[in-house]
Design a protein around this ligand. Structure first.
Ligand code: UTP
Length: 417
């Protein structure tokens, strides 16, 4: 097979002709596969994203205001009971679904295979992140006498391994018919000079394009219509890696409904004012997030009678009504640029494992959907009870730290149940 001249023209136009550097060394199958992949890539889009996201732009004249929030701990016993009763009735009606986003690369953790297959040592047993979530949903099913449909977003890279893992574990005893996997979209990774990376001499390095792609992927894979067919009214969305996530929280559900909102988000308090965490706010009257580069001392310390105005951190626990999901699935969310550490093939054809972040990934984020709504219900929860994500091999978001919090919570729930 000769060098594909049409593709070469496109590559030249966008300064990416290095992607064919190894063409003469490839076998016919590899040539075919590379050609197919190159034909499927939107080079104009990658070029535009690289150029437009080089710098952070702050919109002129944007009005930033605080966004109101509830604090779970502050409800009286009576308020709690009322919310619990109401949320429980909603859950029992069987109109609730769970979406787990498991399409990320998990580059920081560095686990081989899908992040959900990572096992924690829960003394004496070992459980994968997928199993921990499955057990939580099974528990909710039992408590509310329902069978929650479970939608799992994967990436092209990890979909096969994810499904094989579920099969090998017999779907953790979950009704197979109630679990739906769907694959999110992807985009090429580029180096800091905008050159697209190769993951093999015959393969362009493509990766999932951010958790904000959830909405579009749900629609493209007919998951929204599947939800509608099942009579789903509310959808809970979270990541794969927070092992303290409350998968069916009647208080959160009732509050979001009572507050006449179509979307809800759980938050935790930003204890360290100088951390790089983004915080909730309103931008031009709509719910949004404020990037750390825009958080001044004045903003971070702003409070009314000790109640801080800009300290609510997003923990990726969301409620969306089915109408809200559908609405966003028809809107293009903006891209952001994330810096990641990715192994690649260099000009000599050698595999390079970088020591430091070396590449840009273009991602859309769920939080950019918030501004398409007038209101959002924010519920601040206790970090030690509801947020233990596994991101890094060591540190506060490590498996060890999360396991400690998880075991403590398990013990507490044994005492209260
Ligand atoms: P993170 O942004 O923390 O990314 O994802 P990650 O893939 O887990 O880890 P790093 O940054 O590469 O180290 C938060 C959640 O969103 C999901 C992840 O699987 C995780 O559950 N996610 C992220 C997706 O489903 N798709 C994406 O494109 C990105």
């Amino acid at each position: 097979m000769s060098e594909p001249s049409q593709i070469l023209e496109v590559l030249k136009k966008y300064n990416q002709e290095h992607l064919l550097n190894f063409w003469s060394e490839l076998n016919e199958d590899q040539k075919q596969s590379l050609q197919n992949q190159l034909n499927s890539i939107d080079f104009a889009k990658v070029d535009k994203l690289y150029k437009s996201l080089k710098t952070i732009s702050i919109p002129q004249g944007e009005i930033v205001e605080p966004l109101d929030y509830f604090i779970k701990n502050e409800f009286s016993a009576k308020e709690r009971r009322n919310l619990e009763n109401q949320g429980t009735a909603m859950l029992k009606s069987g109109q609730y679904a769970v979406v787990t986003m498991a399409g990320g690369q998990g580059t920081r953790l560095g686990h081989k295979g899908p992040k959900g297959t990572f096992e924690l040592n829960l003394f004496p047993k070992k459980e994968s992140l997928f199993e921990i979530l499955a057990n939580k949903i099974k528990k909710a099913n039992k408590r509310y006498n329902i069978e929650i449909p479970w939608y799992i977003m994967t990436s092209e890279t990890n979909n096969g391994d994810t499904i094989s893992f579920f099969e090998s574990k017999n779907y953790f005893g979950y009704d197979k018919e109630k679990i739906k996997f769907f694959i999110q979209n992807k985009l090429p990774l580029v180096d800091t000079n905008g050159k697209i990376l190769l993951s093999e001499t015959y393969q362009v390095y493509e990766a999932s394009n951010g958790n904000g792609n959830l909405f579009e992927s749900l629609k493209e894979n007919n998951m929204i219509s599947d939800m509608k067919n099942r009579g789903i009214k509310w959808v809970f969305i979270s990541g794969i890696d927070n092992i303290l996530v409350k998968i069916a929280d009647p208080i959160f559900l009732a509050l979001t409904i009572n507050n006449a909102t179509e979307i809800g988000a759980k938050t935790i308090f930003k204890k360290d004012p100088y951390s790089r965490d983004w915080v909730f706010c309103k931008k031009n009257s709509k719910p949004a997030m404020l990037g750390y580069e825009r958080i001044t001392d004045e903003i971070t310390n702003a409070n009314i009678d000790g109640r801080f105005l800009y300290r609510e951190i997003n923990i990726l626990c969301h409620l969306f009504s089915i109408d809200a999901l559908e609405k966003i699935s028809n809107i293009d969310l903006p891209y952001h640029r994330a810096t990641k550490k990715n192994t690649y093939i260099n000009e000599e054809g050698m595999k390079i494992v970088p020591e430091a972040p070396n590449s840009y990934k273009f991602e859309t984020f769920i939080f950019d959907a918030f501004r398409f709504f007038d209101k959002i219900t924010l519920l601040r929860v206790q970090e030690e009870k509801e947020f233990a994500p596994i991101k890094d091999p060591v540190g506060i978001y490590s498996p060890d730290a999360a396991t400690k919090l998880y075991l403590k919570e398990e013990f507490n729930s044994l005492l209260t149940n």
